[in-house]
Design a protein around this ligand. Sequence first.
Ligand code: SDX
Length: 430
Amino acid sequence: MSERKATLKVDGLDETIELPIYSGTIGPDVIDVGGLTAKGMFTYDPGFVSTAACDSQITYIDGAEGVLLHRGYPIDQLAEHSDYLETCYLLLYGELPSKAQKDNFVSTVKRHTMVHEQIRTFFNGFRRDAHPMAVMCGVVGALSAFYHDSLDISDEHHREVAAFRLIAKMPTLAAMSYKFSIGQPFMYPDNNMSYSENFLHMMFGNPCEPSNISPVLAKAMDRIFLLHADHEQNASTSTVRMAGSSGANPFACMAAGIAALWGPSHGGANEAVLEMLEEIGDVSRIDEFVARAKDKDDPFRLMGFGHRVYKNFDPRAKVMKEAADEVLAELGIDNDPLLAIATRLEQIALEDSYFIEKKLYPNVDFYSGIILKAIGIPTSMFTVIFAVGRTVGWIAHWHEMISGSYRIARPRQLYTGHAQRDFVPLDKRG
Ligand code: SDX
């Protein structure tokens, strides 16, 4: 690490405080504030807007330029030339695989796509109308109860097997949560199919006839998974790291990530975008909703707009928009009303001074729902799809932390409650 330092002058302290500065490969430098505790102070950064919680080599985001790199490769190049499982390999191992490495990785994932037969009974404990994210929180956490041979986080082999099991089983469990909700039989994976083709087979196939999966839809599904694969230290990934820092097993950590992703400010936004577009209903009502989004007294926000890091276009949104146009054209869906509303809403918002001043652009969730709807995925499954794609990012960050040196994450606080006071007996209270 470099010898550069930040010098802090604190009112009431005689001496200044010197704090080391570290530089990464690219991106902002960081100031190591660990020395403040010895001086009786903490940093204060609610929402971690200006906090680097770790160092990582997996993904780099430049919010001002709208750049997203996975192990140095731009997301638009990966979306155009790679596929989801190859991107999984890249995120996990740091390099693009050779042909032999890729074939071996894909065949290993395929050997883990089934879930333990007893897991099928878990679903019966849920109401049919349970939100599939509630089901996924439950069944993914429950994997800890089945795979005792990959729970020793200190064992590199256990960690690798857990990674394969999670990448392979998430589509199976996701499809099972959908089939359960519609009362159809679970479909077993068909390992003669590609990863995304197999997912659509398990989602829409039935035991009474062979699946006939459109290659167009399979490619669109694969690109959706790829575009959701990882995104640096976002809320759900940070949750996975936090859970992992206590030594929790990888399945429990993924369940924590799924829970954090569910919120409408995070992964739940894709479902909220479709609900918003359906509520707008017609381009003539867009101005009314844009006005609501700008009204400080109205809690309504334009879902799929804005981002903590991107203050420019989310590069994934650009690829997603191109994919939406392609998929709808290839499916012969002209003038999709929701796409028309989304496209017009984007135009209006990007010309509006409120959105320009606050640097609010479409994010990954704005167009993804259009594609998912065209594929036939129900809105309630949108965030589950996000979770399936993001599983590799959660695992890659968990593995990067656990295989390095780490400590339990334990933030402090600015305490604003009562100073110490004595107990008041019940008969002495007002
Ligand atoms: C994801 O972190 C990641 O990398 C996440 C993600 C990933 O891949 O993991 O990229 C995936 O979660 C994408 C974001 C999906 N969420 C949404 O689309 C929900 C709508 N967006 C907002 O809720 C909001 O933009 C956030 C949550 C995404 C970002 O919130 P911030 O960074 O805390 O920003 P903020 O809420 O402080 O907003 C700054 C200002 C505020 O106005 P002021 O108080 O300064 O006057 O912008 C306004 C906000 O009111 N604002 C919006 C808005 N988003 C922010 N106003 C209207 N509509 C919006 N969508």
